[in-house]
Design a protein around this ligand. Structure first.
Ligand SMILES: [Zn+2]
Ligand SMILES: [Zn+2]
Length: 93
């Protein structure tokens, strides 16, 4: 049981931006924007890396789609999170 708990702590969720500014473009647009790694929508990794991504990392995650952060480490793979979430939205319509 203790081991299970430790594994859960190791999973890092993005800390999404929320505020009470009614003019906030991020909140009004319903954008997923992480205030820890600064990933947003297509540049969000599967798990949060726990620090701001470098420009190169953001570029590889978002544009080149050959970098992802999962299971506590960087992996040479596409995150595909954005596509997955939008696929779900399309199915629910
Ligand atoms: Zn906001
Ligand atoms: Zn994050």
């Amino acid at each position: 049981m203790i081991l299970l708990k430790l594994e859960r702590i190791d999973e890092m969720d993005h800390q999404y931006h929320v505020c009470d500014d009614e003019h906030c473009n991020i909140c009004n647009g319903g954008l997923a924007y992480c205030i820890v790694c600064y990933g947003a929508e297509g540049s969000l990794t599967t798990e949060c890396c726990g620090r701001p991504m470098t420009e190169e990392e953001q570029d590889r995650v978002h544009m080149k789609q050959n970098l992802n952060f999962r299971d506590g480490e960087w992996k040479e793979e596409s995150n595909l999170r954005w596509e997955r979430e939008h696929a779900d939205q399309l199915r629910n319509q």
